[in-house]
Design a protein around this ligand. Structure first.
Ligand SMILES: C[S@@+](CC[C@H](N)C(=O)[O-])C[C@H]1O[C@@H](n2cnc3c(N)ncnc32)[C@H](O)[C@@H]1O
Length: 359
């Protein structure tokens, strides 16, 4: 019978520590599906502010089947998402979890993060195949949870920072927006950033574009619902497409690294901008070296990068595949090689870096 050779000097205690850490991670992996389930079935919203509830009560309030609700609650209690009281057999959502799981206006709002993670995992068998061949997988090819999760993940951060701190950090841009500026938001997805800027600056006009026609359809509906449909138009075109000239501001939110040819897209931005125009680039927070990103945020972003961003870029011409953890030095290289003469970092959060590039 074949025996398995063990490396010498295995520390059994460290081995078991690793195994139990992995148990926690398997629970966390499954929890992505459970959080999305709780969000879609309204469990968190029914629990928020309701005080202690039995599974029966939560089932009655949400119309879901009690046996599933009870099992879901136990998993949530084991993960520290809800608190269980054995005396009364009730479950309660703590106030902080209620904010993070139900308050869409909070910067701490989490369901979109889980939704895009779950969508990425659902699509992972296809990425396993492309990783063998080196082929790509386009953004448009993903399940809807990736598109909607992306919108819901990024919007709280844009709500918190875009108008309050990122735009004011750019040289002279807010004054132009207040007077009436022309703005193009490339790779806009569902248009969360475009609509937010349009709401804040009623004198200005906005064009959002994205190569994914499905996202643009959603963006148009969102703009209509937000009452800014008059001043915002959306076009289903790639960032390399001719989209007019003399823009005061061109923006890209978390999409430059997803593009196959970011240098080509940057050259196009240079042609679109007025001579004193500004390109604002928002990219995932990252250091320049791998070792700078070996932390929880880097871990999540390298994960998304493997399953979403790198295949997205590889699916397009050039396929530069910057990855979601490109870092400032690499982004500067892309921007300067396209012909921009000025580049600086103007803001950062734990999740994003914000750059200003000028012709
Ligand atoms: C991570 S999502 C970000 C979407 C949006 N900017 C946001 O912040 O919610 C990346 C977006 O880049 C778009 N994209 C990828 N390659 C593109 C290209 N070459 N031209 C235009 N859009 C592109 C994708 O369709 C997707 O909507």
């Amino acid at each position: 019978m074949a025996t398995i050779e063990r490396p010498p000097a295995v520390d059994e205690e460290k081995l078991m520590q690793f195994v139990f850490r992995a148990v926690d991670e398997v629970g966390a992996t499954l929890n992505a599906a459970l959080v999305v389930m709780g969000d879609k079935l309204g469990f968190y919203r029914a629990l928020a502010g309701a005080g202690p509830l039995t599974p029966d009560e939560l089932a009655a309030r949400t119309g879901a089947a009690e046996r599933y609700v009870r099992e879901w609650l136990n998993a949530q209690a084991a993960g520290g998402y809800v608190e269980y009281d054995p005396e009364s057999g009730t479950y309660e959502l703590p106030a902080e979890q209620a904010v993070a799981l139900t308050d869409e206006t909070s910067a701490a709002y989490l369901p979109g993060f889980f939704q895009i993670a779950l969508g990425s995992v659902i699509d992972s068998p296809r990425i396993t195949e492309t990783a063998r061949s080196g082929a790509g997988l386009g953004w448009h090819d993903h399940v809807h949870d990736v598109h909607e999760g992306c919108e819901r993940f990024f919007r709280p951060g844009y709500n918190a920072h875009l108008v309050a701190s990122w735009l004011p950090a750019l040289d002279g841009v807010v004054e132009k927006l207040q007077r009436g500026a022309r703005v193009a938001d490339l790779g806009c997805g569902h248009g969360a950033s475009t609509i937010l800027m349009a709401q804040a600056f009623p004198q200005s006009s906005f064009v959002g574009s994205d190569y994914h026609a499905g996202s643009i359809e959603t963006a148009r509906a969102r703009a209509g619902a937000a009452g800014v449909g008059e001043r915002v138009t959306f076009e289903a075109v790639p960032a390399s497409a001719q989209q007019g000239a003399d823009y005061d501001l061109v923006t890209m939110f978390d999409c430059l690294h997803d593009m196959g040819d970011p240098v080509g897209a940057a050259r196009n931005v240079l042609e679109m901008l007025a001579p004193d125009g500004t390109w604002m680039i928002v990219e995932p927070a990252a250091g320049d070296r791998v070792e700078d990103n070996l932390n929880p945020v880097g871990r999540a972003y390298y994960g998304f990068s493997t399953l979403l961003c790198t295949p997205a870029s590889l699916s397009q011409e050039v396929g530069l595949a910057l990855g979601a953890q490109a870092g400032e030095a690499r982004i500067r290289e892309v921007v300067e090689s396209a012909g921009f003469t000025r580049f600086r970092r103007v803001a950062e959060t734990p999740f994003n870096l914000v750059f200003e590039a000028r012709p």
